[in-house]
Structure formats: C-alpha cells, structure tokens
Design a protein around this ligand. Structure first.
Ligand code: FAD
Length: 417
C-alpha cells in the first residue's frame, strides 16, 4: 500500500496539514493516530479561547478539533485510529501496529510529523522527598477531570505557572478543590497574561514567584509540600520555607516535543527547542519529511499550530509535484536575547509571498525591537512594547525584502525608539 502522504498524529497539526494537502490536490492521504479519536490534546482542553485567529470565534478545544474532524470526514482522507507508529525507515516506510491489522509496513511518498509533545514529569526535574500518590502532571489531572470524570484531589498546590498549570488552577477550583497556590521558579510567570488574570487573580489564588518545591512528604498519600524562595541563580534560600498541607501536587513544568520517531529516523534536531530543524517549507533534514505543531517547538496558541500545519500541507503538494526548490539556502541564527527562531534555514526561492518567523525571547523586556540583520545590516525591524518568554513572537517579512539578502540572517533584540 503506497500513500502520497502519511500524517503521523491526528491532533490539530495533523488534521490541518492533511486537510490543506488534500485541498492542494494531494490524492492518497492517511492520518495515523494512536488514540481512539482524532483531536490530540484539544480533546481534554474544555475551556474556551481557541480559534480566535482561525475561525474568528472563541471555541473550546473539542469544538476547535471537531471543526477540523468534520472537514476531514467530508474528504476521502483515510484515518487509522488506535494505531501506533513505531518507526519510519530510510525508504519512507512507516511501521505501525494496532490490534486489528497487527504489524504493518505502509509506504509513503511524503510524511508529515505531527506527534505533538508530552509533559515533563517529577523524574525529569528531580524533586526530592517521599514518593506518595497525589503527585501528578497537570495534563494527566486535566485528562482525569475533563475526560474521565475523576477528581484527583481536594487541597492542591501547583508547581509551574505555564498555561496548563494556570488553567488547571481554575479548573480544580471550579470543581470544588482548594488551590493553595501556584509556585514558579522564575521571577515571572510562564503563562499568557490573560491566563494569570482569568485563572489566578479572579479566584484569589496566590502566585509564588521565585519559589520552588523543596520537599514532598507523605506515606501513602501526599500530606505536605514544602516550598522555599530561590535567589537569582535558582539556589534555594535557607529559612524561607513555607509548609502547605495538601493532598495533591500538580506539576506543570514544561513540555517536551515527542521526537523519538524522528531521532530514530535520523532527522536533525534543534537542541534549543528539543524539536526539529526545518526550512521555510516546514521540511526537515530528510527530503519529503515535513513537521509542524508541537513536535517542532512548543506553541502557546493552537491557531499558530494550524497556520504552520497548513504551510506544511501546501509544501507537501509542491514536493510531490517536484516544485520545491532546493538551490539557495541561508541559515537563521538567534542573536542577543532571542532563544530560538523557526525556521532555522530558508530557501529564498521556496518562500510563499511572505516569510513568517516564530521565536521566543529569553527574559521579560519592555520597549524593544526585534531586528533581523544580514551581515550587520538591518533588513527588517519590529517594535514591541512588551516581550516575555511565555509569549511566542511572530514576525512577517515580505519575499521581496528577503530576495535581496546575500547571506545568513541573525535575529536579535535591540533597544526600541
Ligand atoms: C497536557 C497538555 C495540555 C495542554 N493544554 C492546553 C490548553 O489548555 N490550552 C491551550 O491552548 N493549549 C494547550 N496545550 C497545547 C496544545 O496541545 C497545542 O496548542 C496543540 O494541541 C498542539 O497540537 P499538535 O497537533 O502539535 O499536538 P497534539 O495535540 O499533542 O497532537 C499530537 C497527536 O499525535 C499523536 N501521536 C503522537 N505520537 C504518535 C505515534 N507514534 N503514533 C500515532 N500517533 C501519535 C498523539 O496521540 C496526539 O493525538 C496543551 C498541551 C499539553 C501537552
């Protein structure tokens, strides 16, 4: 069985990329999803706030997913659910397994990687203390409450102020739990500003910035969590400990792109994002293998995932028609105060009308400008009143400007006017 395109992962990235590829004329498409339904993480995100850019409406996660699932169902795109992709070999064979078909090898002319990301666990951040029940990731708690109807605890502390942690602080409160605080190692929150207001301030949930968990106490079930202040280098300041009587500790300490398949396939990774290196066409270091969504870098808005995924879908169509140009690559580097930039390499001929760059800064800044330079000459600059590591920055440069560029690009932050 040979497909023109196999999409691995049926979350928002996989759905939008498959649909766009179909719209662009790609014929035989298969989406493979390990879960029992399409939609990815959106299925457990029942709060609203999704789709403002894509649909100009405020939808819940499942509603946003459903729009795309309906669009996919109206096409002849094939879907295999409850099916795990185990390997992609160097002939673009996709090795999969499920309980109905068993082990299968499916051939693909092109592949889109859209496997999303997973949460970092207690082991990844090595919190000392006992090992009682009641310590779980915020995403696992979200799934228990929103999809399976279980309440994981009554008195709660949350470590990590990223969006999932903030949203779970509100969710647990609405379900009747007492959330005693959100603890954040950094001196600033890692979540969107609107989530701090709507999920913490509106419910009087305290945010402990520059604090971390120093001990977990409990025999069978969690009984106490000790937190302490940290200095600028993240070192614990003795004597600042605070004790909380809680039965639940939710960890919201970061997401890791799910790239075991990509690594095994020999695709180049970017150590800054834990994701993959891609071109302006969302193509990875292996021709015909594209990537989009959280597998590439962690996004804060699903609308950006969809936009990126559509670009991957359009690029697959061009690749299959032999229209992708590989003649003239330049690299994009991150300069002062910028943590990473996507895409990491650009083929000028292959840019659509504009080049979209996504990036994150390394700290909180005010009144700065994002400057894109080639050989020390600024080719584009964008003023920003406020920048934070938690908020992904997007800049758009027209193709006519990039066409004049003769060398690699460096993106950095400079003082604004
Ligand atoms: C726990 C968690 C909670 C989140 N909560 C929010 C929130 O409340 N609000 C918000 O705006 N954003 C939230 N996000 C971010 C949100 O996930 C992204 O905006 C968006 O879902 C990313 O889309 P994606 O398609 O890249 O990944 P996902 O939605 O993660 O989809 C990836 C899909 O790939 C499948 N997959 C992975 N590996 C394989 C394999 N080997 N074989 C077959 N299938 C595979 C997975 O089962 C999954 O369905 C959350 C993320 C996580 C991890």
């Amino acid at each position: 069985m040979c497909y023109d395109l196999i999409v691995i992962g049926g979350g928002p990235a996989g759905l939008a990329s498959a649909y766009e590829a179909k719209k662009q004329g790609v014929e035989k498409i298969l989406i493979i999803e390990r879960d029992k339904e399409l939609g990815g993480i959106l299925n457990q995100c029942i709060h609203n706030g999704f789709g403002l850019h894509t649909f100009k409406e405020e939808l819940t996660g499942p509603e946003y997913a459903e729009r795309f699932i309906d669009m996919i169902n109206a096409t002849d795109i094939e879907v295999k659910l409850d099916t795990m992709v185990l390997e992609i070999d160097n002939e673009k064979n996709v090795h999969v397994v499920n309980t109905i078909d068993g082990y299968m090898i499916l051939k693909a002319k092109s592949i889109i990687l859209s496997m999303g990301c997973r949460e970092r666990t207690r082991g990844a951040i090595a919190i000392p203390g006992d090992r009682p029940s009641g310590v779980l990731t915020a995403g696992a708690a979200q799934r228990y409450i929103n999809m399976e109807g279980y309440m994981p605890g009554k008195e709660v502390l949350i470590l990590g102020s990223g969006d999932i942690g903030l949203i779970m602080a509100r969710r647990m409160t609405l379900e009747g739990a007492k959330v005693k605080g959100v603890i954040e190692l950094m001196p600033y929150s890692n979540g969107l500003n609107r989530n701090i207001v709507q999920c913490l301030n509106d419910y009087n949930i305290p945010l402990y910035l520059s604090h971390t968990v120093t001990d977990i106490i409990g025999r069978d079930r969690l009984e106490k969590v000790i937190i302490a202040k940290v200095d600028k280098k993240g070192k614990i300041i003795k004597g600042t400990e605070i004790e909380f009587d809680v039965d639940t500790l939710l960890l919201s300490v970061g997401l890791i792109p799910e790239n075991e398949l990509s690594t095994k396939a020999g695709i180049d990774k970017d150590i800054r994002t834990n994701g993959l290196i891609v071109s302006e066409s969302m193509e990875t270091s292996i021709r015909g293998v594209f990537a989009c969504g959280n597998v590439l870098h962690v996004h804060d808005l699903v609308d950006f995932v969809t936009e990126e995924a559509k670009r991957a879908g359009r690029s697959v169509a061009k690749y299959l028609r032999n229209e992708l140009d590989y003649s003239n690559y330049l690299h994009v580097k991150n300069g002062k105060s910028i943590k990473y930039v996507i895409p990491q390499k650009i083929n000028i001929q292959a840019i659509e009308d504009n080049l979209t760059m996504l990036m994150r800064v390394d700290n909180i800044y005010h009144n700065k400008k994002i400057v894109v330079k080639c050989d020390k000459t600024a080719i584009a600059q964008f003023n920003r009143k406020h920048l934070a590591p938690s908020e992904m920055e997007k800049v758009i440069i027209s193709k006519s400007i990039i066409e004049k560029v003769k060398g690699d690009l460096v993106v950095s932050l400079e003082d604004g006017e």
